[in-house]
Design a protein around this ligand. Sequence first.
Ligand SMILES: Nc1ncnc2c1ncn2[C@@H]1O[C@H](COP(=O)(O)OP(=O)(O)OP(=O)(O)O)[C@@H](O)[C@H]1O
Ligand SMILES: [Mg+2]
Length: 257
Amino acid sequence: MARIITICNNKGGVGKTTTASNVGVFLSALGKKTLLIDLDPQANATMSLGLDPGDVERGIYHVLTGSVAPREAVKKTHIFGFDIIPSSIDLAAITVELINVKEREYVLEKALKKLSSHYDYIFIDSPPSLDILTVNGFVGAKEIIIPIQCEYFALEGLTQLLSTIDLVSKNLGRKPEFIGALLTMYDRRNKLSREVAKIVRNDFPGYIFDTVIPRNISLAEAPRAKKTILEHAPLSPGAKAYRQLAQELVRRGNTNI
Ligand SMILES: Nc1ncnc2c1ncn2[C@@H]1O[C@H](COP(=O)(O)OP(=O)(O)OP(=O)(O)O)[C@@H](O)[C@H]1O
Ligand SMILES: [Mg+2]
C-alpha cells in the first residue's frame, strides 16, 4: 500500500507545489512508484509537468465527481515511474458541486483506496485554502507535510494550521500518523531566515524536517521549462535539497517524528 502524503498550507506561495513535484520525482528516481495528485484549481503542478489544464478531460475533478474511475484519470509523465492525476479548470467549481454530496470530506479517500496498491508514494498538492479540497487531502492522507517559508509570521501560521489539523482530524475521525514541517526558501545570508529556522526548531521539536530547502533560482525556473528540478538543473542546490528530502522521507518511515 502507498504512503499517502498531503502537502498543505493555507498560506499561498510557500513552496507546496514545488515540493510535491520535486520530492516526487526524486522518489521515482529512487525506484519508488510515485503518483502526484494535483488538488489545486490553479493547476500549477499540472502545468509544470507540461499538461494544459484546459485540455484535461479526465482529471481529479472527474474522479471527485464520480464520472471517471481513479485509474482512468492517471497520466504518465515523461519521467519513468512518476504519474499524475491532473487538475483542470472545472475543479474551481467543486466546492459548490460537493455541497449536497453525502460524506463529501471522504470522496478523495475512497478514490485513493483504488489507487493505493499501485504505488509506493502518493503526494497530494493542496490549494492555499482550508476548503473542502484541502480537507479531502487531510482525510485521504496518513501523512502531512507543511512547507513553511522562513519569514516573520511563520510561527503563528504553523501553530494555527496544526490546531486546525487537530480539529479536523478529531471531527472527521482521521488522525494523521505523521506531521512534518519543511523549511523552504531558506536564505542563509539573511538574518531573519536564520532566526526563524532556529525558533521554529526550538518551538516545534521533532516536527521539523532535517532537510531545509534553500532559496534557489533553478527551482523557480524549472516550471517555466516544464521540467522538474531533476531534469532542469540536477546539480543545483535545489535539486540536492529535494533529493535529500526524498531520502529523509524514506529513512523516517511513516510514523510520527
Ligand atoms: N526554494 C525555492 N527557491 C526559489 N523559488 C522558489 C522556491 N520554492 C518555490 N519557489 C517559487 O516560489 C513560487 C511559489 O512556489 P509554489 O508554487 O511551489 O508555492 P505554493 O505554496 O504551491 O503556492 P500556491 O499557494 O499558490 O499553490 C513559485 O514561483 C516557485 O517557483
Ligand atoms: Mg501550489
